[in-house]
Write a protein that binds this ligand. Structure first.
Ligand SMILES: O=C[C@H](O)COP(=O)(O)O
Length: 252
């Protein structure tokens, strides 16, 4: 099924704390031979490499930003600093930030606010652990994550951001959600947003993340409410990542 025109498929590669100058080189060379028209491609390298790409074929995203504006905060990077770089997107709320750096729903909502205020596009991640899913609290848990942003900024924030649904049990495990599992949750997310504003809900792009690879991409991205992917491990392999983007291109 083709996506509505306004929901162009987006494929974002999140390198996490991986990669080096050699990977930037080989990724750029691999993409230089491609011409994607029906898919937006984003590469999110570690912060030190955000200025190292000279690649017109994909956009650049940061993996994190501070909620603070500037000052004596060793190690932090502000949104105004990112906005001086060729950065269009910022991942926010990734489960690894929530778990290892204690980022709360409220802090994440504040970061989303800062990113939007500066005119960049948040890739706002939500997702549940296996334990939450098995306890039957899945939808309530995801609703809380969404509501933190709605309460801080309003539903209109979702006109300018991208949601990424990443079940934690599928991240880096090789255990991809089935297309049906992904669709069920993406549909819930869209319905939840529609409870606030139907028009906003129908336009928001919702990516799936969790062990996406070239073999699983097409079935996932062809689900009616799945508008692309946030790809971790497979985005570190240029040919595999291009093949995921090609699968998306064919659905466009
Ligand atoms: O941000 C990307 C996700 O955490 C997915 O990672 P993965 O594709 O390695 O499972």
């Amino acid at each position: 099924m083709n996506k509505p025109q306004k929901r162009k498929i987006l494929v974002a590669g999140n390198w996490k704390m991986n990669g080096n100058l050699a990977l930037i080189d080989s990724m750029s060379q691999t993409f230089a031979t491609q011409d994607f028209k029906h898919v937006d491609v984003v590469v999110c390298p570690p912060a030190v490499y955000l200025s190292s790409f000279n690649e017109p074929d994909f956009a650049i995203g940061a993996q994190n930003v501070s909620h603070l504006d500037g000052g004596a905060y060793t190690g932090e990077v502000s949104i105004s600093m990112l906005s001086e770089l060729p950065v269009k997107y910022v991942i926010v709320g990734h489960s690894e930030r929530r778990e290892y750096f204690n980022e709360s729903n409220e802090l994440i909502a504040e970061k989303v606010y800062k990113i939007l205020e500066c005119g960049l596009t948040p890739i706002f991640c939500i997702g549940e652990s296996e334990q939450i899913r098995e306890s039957g609290k899945l939808f309530g848990f995801l609703a809380e994550q969404l509501d933190a942003v709605i309460n801080r900024i309003g539903i209109q924030a979702f006109n300018q951001l991208i949601v990424a649904y990443e079940p934690i049990w599928a991240i880096g495990t090789g255990k991809t959600a089935t297309p049906e599992q992904a669709q069920e949750v993406h549909h819930f997310i869209r319905e939840h947003l529609a409870g606030h504003d139907a028009n906003t809900a129908s336009g928001v792009r919702i990516l799936y993340g969790g062990s996406v690879n070239a073999a699983s991409a097409s079935a996932l991205f062809s689900q009616p409410d799945v508008d692309g992917g946030l790809v971790g491990g497979a985005s570190l392999k240029p040919t595999e990542f291009v093949n995921i983007c090609l699968a998306a291109e064919q659905l466009g």
